[in-house]
Design a protein around this ligand. Sequence first.
Ligand code: FES
Length: 180
Amino acid sequence: MTTPQSNNNPGKEHPSGDERYKAIDLTIKKFKFEKDALLEVLNSAQETFGYLTRDLLIYISSQLGVPLSQVYGVATFYHMFTFDPLGEHNCIVCTGTACHVKGSERIVSALSDEFEILAGETTDDGLFSLTNARCLGSCGLAPVVVLNGQVSGKETPEAVVRQVRELVSLSKDRAQPEAA
Ligand code: FES
């Protein structure tokens, strides 16, 4: 196992020189290194890198002066964070209370059955990831999904599966070499 690079000097740039860490540094500075900004900083890290690595969690822990166990605890509590690279297409299904009442679990089940993955997983071909979130802040539109960054409400399992199937199918077609 490789030892992750860490930064034991809060406020100093990440030693890798990876430019993406600057986006995280900006968020940390915007919130004046406040420990309460942990969720915002994790969000920024996920947006920039696409997923959270151990190295990122160590860096954030060091920069904010928050114990790594706490950073890890928050990152694993919220289902919007992922520790694996996402697929080409990603569907976040809200399973918060309002969406749950309106049947969001049926959307999760339908996608799981169709693509043979559980929430938090990516298909073997890397084309589709299924993610859960606790509340996406649009409860009036329940059940809500976010497909490739587009929010849509009052969704049905059939409609969501159809949309994802089409997207995945298009990606497969693009990957096929031209027929001779
Ligand atoms: S519970 Fe789904 S958007 Fe709030």
